[in-house]
Design a protein around this ligand. Structure first.
Ligand SMILES: Cc1cc2nc3c(=O)[nH]c(=O)nc-3n(C[C@H](O)[C@H](O)[C@H](O)COP(=O)(O)O)c2cc1C
Length: 137
């Protein structure tokens, strides 16, 4: 079995409603557990940044579902690679909501105070998610 990591960024669409994040997390956590997919989701008023890890088949299947979801758009894959081990093995989908306490971490990885993964390398986005791991729910 090949273990892979996929990271993408997307923008919240007009169809996104307050409260959707909770629904997304609920559905993601139960479906990911069944497929042994783990990962992390960062969310702010502008975009989602998500890392999925698991078997190649499971990650691709999950990502293809996510691509069809009308609650976001402009989905840009930032990284896809085979990995030796998982970084988020404890989370069926770890969640990091944006908050002021993230500011120092964000500043360390992005060029400005405003985080914009579309302008960052896949590696920087991956490092940012790793740095946010300690703040994950
Ligand atoms: C930003 C975002 C992240 C998502 N992450 C996941 C995920 O990790 N796993 C998953 O199964 N669904 C995820 N979803 C939900 C899927 O797009 C889709 O709605 C869901 O798989 C359909 O579930 P259902 O068949 O139970 O309705 C995500 C959706 C969005 C918008």
């Amino acid at each position: 079995m090949y273990l892979v990591r996929l990271i993408y960024v997307s923008q919240l669409s007009e169809q996104f409603r307050p409260g959707d994040v909770e629904h997304i997390l609920q559905s993601a956590r139960s479906k990911n557990s069944a497929l042994h997919v783990t990962g992390a989701l960062f969310f702010n008023p502008a975009f989602f940044l998500q890392c999925l890890e698991g078997s190649r088949e499971a990650v691709n299947q999950t990502y293809q579902q996510i691509l069809k979801d009308p609650r976001h758009n402009h989905i840009l894959q930032l990284q896809y690679q085979e990995i030796a081990r998982r970084d988020f093995s404890e989370w069926s989908m770890g969640y990091v909501p944006d908050s002021a306490r993230l500011a120092p971490v964000i500043k360390a990885y992005s060029r400005s105070d405003m985080l914009d993964p579309y302008t960052m390398s896949g590696e920087s986005c991956y490092q940012l998610l790793l740095a946010l791991k300690g703040l994950m729910a």
